[in-house]
Design a protein around this ligand. Structure first.
Ligand SMILES: CC(C)(COP(=O)(O)OP(=O)(O)OC[C@H]1O[C@@H](n2cnc3c(N)ncnc32)[C@H](O)[C@@H]1OP(=O)(O)O)[C@@H](O)C(=O)NCCC(=O)NCCS
Length: 214
């Protein structure tokens, strides 16, 4: 029996049914079985973020036109089923991405509705239904998801956000791992790093080239 070589099909156009466009930052991961995005979604994830299994993302593209256009009589997507364009819809290419920051932990079976932003350091509880932006370092649970606490006080959160340790070079993150286990140690570590940098600069001014190793 002869097999004919099949021609490679052209890439499919981007539609509401196109697969998930997922951008994962450094070491960020999705646990098995998978992240579900039943319709097209552009999900942009920062560094060192953990996404548990069976998290579902419904971005703005999944909203039927009646949501953006309350004047619409029907909730039914006639534009898809009959090519009838009298109701507007958000073209997937123009849809806003879902932004998930760095050092975020999203619990099992959380449901993200809409193109929202989940701030750095936030925790989304298992099964939470998140339809609004989650502030950095908030812990949100339930339906609709509400903050039950913040992981640190406001001053510490501002320091962490300004530091953005998740964007440091990998060697620097690895060297800081012991300090990352305890917020007091980490704040001390930041002061030590700043002092070392100031000393290096002073030495550099006194003896140019000395900090490059002798
Ligand atoms: C969000 C989470 C981290 C909160 O942990 P915590 O800070 O220790 O919170 P607590 O257990 O002290 O609970 C605080 C309150 O929130 C409620 N709560 C906690 N998690 C909840 C959740 N996922 N959904 C709804 N309510 C929740 C508790 O019942 C408690 O309510 P109460 O104050 O009325 O008694 C945790 O409960 C969670 O959901 N973790 C995700 C686990 C997971 O999905 N792992 C996947 C493998 S990585």
């Amino acid at each position: 029996m002869k097999y004919r070589r099949k021609r490679k099909p052209p890439p499919p156009p981007v539609t509401r049914d196109s697969p998930l466009k997922l951008t994962l930052g450094r070491y960020s991961y999705v646990s098995p079985p998978t992240l579900h995005a039943p319709f097209y979604a552009d999900v942009q994830v920062g560094n060192y973020t953990s996404i548990a299994g069976d998290v579902v993302v419904l971005s703005d593209t999944t909203q039927h036109a009646c949501v953006q256009h309350p004047e619409c009589v029907t909730t039914f997507p006639f534009y898809e089923n009959h090519g009838h364009a009298f109701v507007h819809h958000v073209p997937p290419a123009e849809a806003k991405p879902v932004i998930i920051g760095s050092d975020v932990w999203i619990g099992y079976r959380a449901l993200i509705v809409g193109s929202i932003t989940i701030g750095h350091g936030a925790i989304v509880g298992a099964g939470a239904v998140v339809a609004k932006d989650v502030p950095p370092y908030a812990v949100v649970v339930g339906n609709p998801a509400q903050a039950i606490r913040y992981r640190f006080d406001q001053e510490t959160i501002e320091i962490l956000l300004a530091t953005a340790w998740w964007d440091w070079p990998e060697e620097q993150v690895l060297a800081s791992l012991p300090a990352l286990e305890n917020i007091s140690n980490f704040l001390t570590h930041l002061v030590d790093m700043r002092n070392a940098a100031v000393e290096n600069t002073a030495r550099e001014v006194e003896q140019p080239g000395s900090s490059r190793g002798s």
